[in-house]
Design a protein. Sequence first.
Length: 189
Amino acid sequence: MLSVKKPESILVAEDDLEVRNYLDLYLRCRGYSVKHAENGSEVISQLRRGGARGISLVLLDIMMPSQDGIETLREIRRVDKDLPVFMLSGSSSPTTVVEAMKCGANDFLEKPVVGEQLVDAIRRTLGSAPAPQEGSKNGWRELAAARNLGGGQSWIQKMDTLLSRVGASDAPVLLNGETGSGKEVLARM
């Protein structure tokens, strides 16, 4: 009997919706399961409700409302001292990096996060590649549908073809459209 390994689950704790959506999309497309938290309180709440058993790693933004990342990291260590935590920051002063590492961070990544560097760091920390998920390569399609990025199957097929061509080249690309039409999501893809 063939058993399928459950995908590694990553908790993304980020108050910036665009960054959170980018990390969600990128990680899901690589076979990870993703959970979200908008602030440190939500992270701790999820961990205390028993969610730590289902979470393989936490991506934790340093600058968040109400409870910053360092304070949240300290609380995470009280709840689970072994749970891997990667700190994310748009401005990383040496003092902040040192403080995060002293508090138990496993890694420190600067924003904007480079997807492949993130996945490499996750693989090094967790010791394995994610389990393949059915439809994981189509994760952006699900996000496109959820974000209402376009209409119909033909649009998705056209975007799939275009993204595979553009993604394989070094050519600059200009995306234009109305606010909220999904330009940034497509650019990240």
